[in-house]
Design a binder for this molecule. Sequence first.
Ligand code: HAM
Length: 425
Amino acid sequence: MKYSRPRGTRDFLPEEMAARRSVEQRMRRVFVRFGYAEVATPTFEHLELITAKSGEEIVAHLYHFKDKGGRDLALRPELTAPVMRLYVNELQSSPKPLRLYYFGNCFRYERPQAGRYREFWQAGVELIGSSSPEAQAEVIALAKAVLDELGLRNYELHVGSVGVLRKFLEERGIAEGEQCRIMGIIDKGDEEQLEEELLKLGLSEEDRSAIAGVLELKGERSAVVSRAEELLAGREAALNELRELEGILDALESFGVREYTLNLGIARGLDYYTGMVFEIYASKLGAEKQICGGGSYSLAETFGGKPVATSGFAFGFDRIMLALEKDGVELGGEEGAKIMVIPFGEEYLDRAIEISALLRRSVACELEVMRRKVKKALSYASSKGIDYVVLVGEETERGRVLLKDMRSGEQREVDIEELERELAG
Ligand code: HAM
């Protein structure tokens, strides 16, 4: 009987894995160039860590279970909460700012479709300890730098603020929990439900239409800002948030990021965001086109730490791979062995093993382990795209082997001493 994979999971074959690793490496290099250091956290956490402030949207899609000791645990659906737990427990007294990055698998019990999986990978960063506009802008600029480094062309950066609406609601006496619920409804895009909920919260017709108007604002900076100012006239706390966002946009432009859409309709599906938020969409990906999401948030105090300014983002790594492919970007990746060592019969096997060990000091090579006749082994080598075959036979008694160039078919005797240098070159 054959077993199938659990729904929403994937296997990765060698070629795909090589491409994924190569993209991962390039991402890591950019994170490191911006001064970020890697951290890793467990694949599962206490359920409460995730339910504390991640938001209904995520909690509804958790994989959770009881372990044999009766503890409630959950597979991590994202990495910001785990990283902030780690920060509160281990790093609070470290010099600020802290720049951390991570790469790991996440789990969400969602309806699988193209670009949406139950196990997927995130690559992300958290910048802890600064609320300055330039810190928040750095995080956005870093996300863009990664995409540019990878060669992705078709993507759109949208920057907004959940702070504007949160402050608007706060000024009307609406508590944080209710604000989160409203943001969740906005994130789902259900306009009717939003209108109903705002009515239930006692917001006037004028407030409701101002909110609906702000949420629709999307486009070029100056046009969006001046319309938002009109809609928010007299609502000082919300206007302050808008000014704060403008400071971040100024810094972002200094980072050289000028192509973006100011989008005041971004609500994000997670409850911990407080101010600036951003999302990146790969235009060619269809329904699941969001390849990156992030913003400024507050979580440390939820986990028993001192309040600290934090911002970050996570790429959906699998969606990045899909977007690169759709964009026709050559993915490459580390290639397998291009050299093969084949003995002329069993009596030369030991010598072949020794020679392959010698070669592996500098090149990747594979050894014939099927005890095939040379002709059969050579046809395997050619089907695998091997460039050079080292044939080990009677010449070894003179310290030599036969080196066959598989492309030209040319074959010559080479000194074993010379072999490594020849093949490494
Ligand atoms: P998020 O938007 O929930 O944010 O997830 C980040 C990215 O993960 C999404 O933009 C998407 O590309 C990818 N993603 C989410 N769910 C799936 C899925 N089921 N299958 C494939 N890809 C998926 C966060 O998780 C925040 N922790 C980001 C953050 C970091 N905010 C501040 N710091």
